[in-house]
Design a protein around this ligand. Structure first.
Ligand SMILES: [Zn+2]
Length: 288
């Protein structure tokens, strides 16, 4: 009986701490709890961002196999929002393109990704917007490559991201084409930082040089030959938007919804990588 009394008193002391009874305040209340440093970064991509990207990709899909109207170029050049932005983004296959006399399918989802990177991180963008008469990732002698050389010469980017879409049957989430490490001009840290950002957002299977970007006249090779670091980002199409219209509410397409969720993640990974490069560049410029 004595031991039962002791046990009851221990239980009661745990349920009703003496301090709480005296102060009439829970020890777990906000007033008595010191703030805890956040453990994780807060997500930044919103539903509105993904909805806007879907609209943009529907536009790329609608124009993909149409020639540019008279007086219009078949690609767009979007200038940086601020001179402090140090990353240039290319989407040379955002629409269908002619290669060796045959029309090749677009890398669906890369145009909307590039334009959203401009909206969220302020990067300059060069992306095809209509059917390309000359594949700008295969031939050098075209207006797209000239525009890339012009913009690179003007802004002298810290790194160029060359966006492509890769078939879903390939095992990686993203393959980084680096011309066997030479396209980053000695800055291997860029490959590591981009890989870490992708992994942190859920793109855990990162490959390097499955497509090394050194066989054809790629944009990564073009930029690298101009003397600036570049990486060809072959993103599995399972992480990108298709531009296809939504199915109706009675016939939910979970595959499409998963792609939208994954698109938000790849967008966030690249926004954070760009902000990291910009910040590092700012710090190193201040030290000089
Ligand atoms: Zn491509």
């Amino acid at each position: 009986m004595k031991s039962l009394t002791i046990a009851l008193s221990i239980i009661l002391s745990v349920i009703s701490p003496v301090g709480a009874q005296q102060s009439n305040q829970s020890p777990l209340s906000a007033a008595s709890s010191p703030p805890v440093t956040p453990v994780f970064e807060r997500a930044i991509v919103t539903e509105q961002n993904v909805s806007r990207a879907k609209e943009l990709e529907a536009g790329f899909l609608a124009r993909s196999q149409s020639e540019a109207p008279a007086g219009h170029q078949w690609f767009e050049v979007i200038e940086a929002s601020s001179p402090s932005v140090r990353v240039l983004v290319l989407a040379p296959h955002a629409t269908s393109h002619m290669r060796q006399g045959k029309l090749q399918q677009a890398d669906s989802g890369t145009g909307s990704l590039a334009e959203m990177l401009h909206q969220l991180a302020g990067v300059p963008v060069i992306a095809t917007t209509y059917e390309s008469p000359s594949d700008p990732n295969y031939y050098d002698d075209n207006e797209f490559k000239k525009a890339v050389a012009d913009l690179v010469g003007r802004i002298k980017p810290a790194v160029v991201l060359d966006l492509h879409a890769s078939h879903w049957y390939r095992p990686y989430d993203v393959d980084l084409g680096t011309m066997h490490g030479t396209s980053v001009k000695g800055q291997g840290v860029l490959i590591r930082e981009l890989g870490e950002r992708l992994k942190a957002e859920g793109l855990s299977n990162v490959s390097q040089d499955y497509f090394a970007a050194d066989t054809n006249q790629t944009d990564t090779k073009w930029v690298s030959n101009l003397g600036f670091p570049a990486m060809q980002c072959e993103i599995s199409i399972s992480w990108l938007l298709s531009g296809e219209p939504d199915t109706d509410a009675t016939n939910v397409n979970w595959g499409q919804r998963l792609n939208e969720h994954r698109f938000a993640q790849v967008l966030q990974a690249l926004v954070r990588f760009i902000q990291q490069v910009d910040e590092e560049h700012k710090v190193s410029a201040e030290k000089q």
